[in-house]
Design a protein around this ligand. Structure first.
Ligand code: GRF
Length: 207
């Protein structure tokens, strides 16, 4: 059986990448992680890829504020991804915003993980951006959560595929809350990838 081709883009630790690798190894997720791409030379995610025998690739952005350099970076990333015949790209701790043009040209869906609820009920605020865990504590919210969503040009705003509430223990520190959030992420991510790919035909859209 042909397996869906998935690439993981990760800037950091890669614990969610590891959750996908473990789910594939356990036979719980019939996909092939064909590449792990990072923008950070020392990213632990690349080390995890190497240990799992998955090709890793570094695509460097030398100056994130220079629009020409940023465009060239996205072109290199698009060319790298186009060779992989992808069904899905997972942003697992990828710390760079991808442009609307990139998202139009990439040719397959992208999923992102966000450590907060993007469609919360009641009067809980939506916490977007890189400090969502800290913000949940600063606002003394009773709970926060995990969202796995499609990537759209508006950051942390695409349709949610799976989410789960994570209660906040009064007085807990950011590290403790983030540890518990990550435990939920590791459980949800393989499920979200499986759910999304169950609805897609095998074979990427690239020639
Ligand atoms: C995750 O918590 C995710 O929500 C956020 O980045 C983190 C990546 O963690 N977008 P890791 O590198 O997978 O450990």
């Amino acid at each position: 059986m042909t397996k869906h081709h998935v690439a993981v883009l990760a800037s950091g630790k890669g614990s969610n990448l590891q959750a996908l690798i473990d789910a594939v190894r356990a036979g719980e997720l019939p996909i092939e992680i064909v590449s792990v791409i990072s923008d950070r030379p020392g990213a632990e995610a690349l080390e995890r890829a190497r240990a799992a025998g998955i090709p890793g690739r570094l695509v460097l952005l030398s100056d994130r504020r220079n629009p020409d350099i940023r465009r060239a970076f996205e072109v290199e990333l698009l060319e790298t991804l186009a060779r992989l015949d992808l069904d899905l790209i997972v942003l697992a701790g990828w710390m760079l915003i991808l442009s609307a043009d990139f998202l139009t040209r990439v040719g397959c869906p992208l999923l992102n993980l966000h450590p907060a609820l993007l469609a919360p009920e009641g009067d809980i605020p939506i916490l977007r951006g890189a400090h969502a865990v800290r913000d949940a504590l600063a606002l003394s919210l009773p709970f926060t959560g995990v969202s796995i969503h499609y990537v759209t040009p508006e950051v942390d705003a695409g349709p949610v595929v799976l989410s789960e509430v994570v209660p906040i223990i009064p007085g807990e520190c950011e590290e403790s809350l983030y540890d518990r959030i990550k435990t939920v992420e590791h459980r949800l991510l393989p499920r979200a990838v499986g759910a999304v790919l169950g609805t897609l035909p095998v074979g990427g859209v690239h020639a």
